[in-house]
Design a protein around this ligand. Structure first.
Ligand SMILES: [Zn+2]
Length: 151
């Protein structure tokens, strides 16, 4: 493997934009006679030129846009985090409602059995149980929301 001791100096001059105008005359003379450094100049100068063209063409967002995006993302993440317990309880309530609805529909599908169910509770007691169940299903998520909300 052929190496040159001045290779790092040449690369540094190119990387920092000093090549060839602001480079040492001695370094330019070395590159003119050293094939390793001449190859390095050919490749690194082309890459540096491409880099400068891309940096010049880039249109990064303004600081205000970056701040606004970060604020929106932070707010969305905070909302998602706050909604996790509520979402979990909504799923629990939905599962309970599904189970109760399945049981009631199974029992109410046959009218005679429904009459037996109501008779076993007594009409008013069954109505009170249903009202209590519905009230719990509606109020439980609201109570959890107001309990767990930070604001
Ligand atoms: Zn060299």
């Amino acid at each position: 493997m052929i190496e040159c001791l001045r290779e790092a100096d040449v690369f540094e001059a190119i990387a920092f934009g000093r090549w060839p105008a602001d480079a040492d005359a001695e370094l330019r003379g070395h590159v003119a006679h050293c094939p390793v450094c001449r190859d390095l100049v050919t490749v690194a100068a082309a890459l540096q030129s491409d880099r400068q063209a891309l940096v010049g063409a880039a249109q990064p967002p303004t600081a205000g846009v970056v701040w606004w995006r970060a604020a929106v993302r932070t707010r969305a993440e905070a909302t998602r985090t706050a909604m996790q317990p509520i979402t979990m309880w909504h799923r629990v309530v939905a599962a309970c409602v599904a189970v109760v609805a399945a049981v009631l529909s199974r029992d109410l599908w046959q009218w005679g059995r429904a009459a037996d169910v109501l008779a076993s509770f007594g009409g008013q007691r069954a109505a009170l149980v249903l009202v209590g169940l519905v009230a719990a299903l509606v109020l439980a998520p609201l109570a959890l929301y107001f309990t767990l909300a930070d604001d």
